[in-house]
Design a protein around this ligand. Sequence first.
Ligand SMILES: [Zn+2]
Length: 237
Amino acid sequence: MNYSFEYGTRTITFDLAYKKRKTIEIGIIPPDKVYAIAPIGTQEDIVLGKVKSKANWIIKKLFSFKDMEYLHINREFVNGESFMYLGRNYSLQIIKDASIKRAEVKIYRGKFYVTAPKVNEDIIKSAMEKWYREKTLEKVEERIKYYEPMLNKSPNGIGAKEQKKRWASCTPANKLYFNWRCVMAPSPVLDYIIVHEMCHMFYKNHSQQFWDMVAAVLPDYAGRKEWLKNYGVRMDL
Ligand SMILES: [Zn+2]
């Protein structure tokens, strides 16, 4: 159910759902969906009051998501910034170690550790990009193996590379290339990107036959595709 209220010169609209839970949760799905989830039986004006009390925070958030849509994510590569891997956020921890030659990257207990001989944005960024590239290739290879028996066809090569405007591509010779950022997506979304590209080995277009083939492997592909459309913008360094 949708509710609206005025806050300053703005109208805030939010979607209210009731669930079996103890507290009222208020959140935003980027870029602009505000929602509240309340315990079953909570009176509407109590929820409304709670959302109103968060109005300032909501407006700020909406503005920051709006910025993200039009501008690129502005990173500084400093401690505490969050980075996505398989749809989860990991907070960056930079460790300076002058005794090592090359920066090392690893994920451990919810954190993204980058150990580097020197701490500067370029070094941290390129170490992370390299890590994402390796992980993307690793995951993509693993998942292509999983889907191969279903499609009964193997690509003639798999790579991870820089692709500015696409998540993946399929060459006329059926080599599949994946954007190195792919592994930032949640696994189901990553699988969609993979299956989509594998189906291009059969159809080099987006015809109905192509989509039927995607649907035969992933009947729920529409939601995964939607995720990519909405949040793909956040999949970057
Ligand atoms: Zn396509």
